[in-house]
Design a protein around this ligand. Structure first.
Ligand code: ADP
Ligand code: MG
Length: 165
């Protein structure tokens, strides 16, 4: 299970992918099957749906309030026991050194799930991705592909694939 690809006909389908990723993590946690950290890179043009997917994930992990885009703050933290979820948007990162000042390494600890928009802006300073997601426009709809880059990523995608049959 290296790569999955789906057509996302509408916003609800994009949210559902994020929600289903959260369900996989909850399921693995119940099975006490896996280490819990996860690093996801999100690639795609402005408006492709990266934030929408992350919103589905953060809500699925148990967050009840708003999920706002961290465009200006670079990162938005969510404490969702037993996880710490971090949503990064590096679009406005002008100098990768800013990530050093933020103490970027501390964000990739155990039990941390990091979803990172515009990861190429932080090249060299981020942890390796477990899953790389690409989202592209197909007229009004979107196509998503999810690629596993580690054993951890493969385990998650394998479980995710079961949801989609
Ligand atoms: P990004 O973070 O990639 O810049 P956003 O998630 O902020 O993109 O915005 C995506 C926009 O596209 C939102 O207006 C959302 O309602 C819409 N959208 C998300 N997924 C889909 C989809 N599968 N089909 C059509 N529109 C979508
Ligand atoms: Mg965004």
């Amino acid at each position: 299970m290296k790569k999955l690809e789906y057509l996302l006909p509408d916003e609800a389908a994009t949210i559902a992918i994020g929600d289903n990723l959260a369900k996989v993590l909850h399921w693995q946690n119940e099975q006490q099957q896996a280490q819990q950290s996860l690093v996801v890179f999100l690639n795609g043009d402005l408006g492709a749906g990266k934030t929408t997917l992350t919103r589905g994930f953060v809500r699925g992990m148990g967050h009840k309030g708003n999920v706002k885009s961290p465009t200006y703050t670079l990162v938005e933290p969510y404490e969702l026991t037993p996880w710490q979820v971090y949503h990064f948007d590096l679009y406005r990162l002008s100098d990768p050194e800013e990530l050093e000042y933020m103490g970027i390494r501390d964000y990739f600890a155990d039990n941390c799930c990091c979803f990172i928009e515009w990861p190429e802006k932080g090249a060299g300073l981020l942890a390796n991705a477990d899953i790389i997601i690409n989202m592209v426009y197909q007229n009004e709809q979107r196509v998503i592909d999810l690629q596993a880059c580690s054993k951890r990523g493969e385990d998650v995608l394998q479980q995710l694939a079961l949801t989609y049959g």
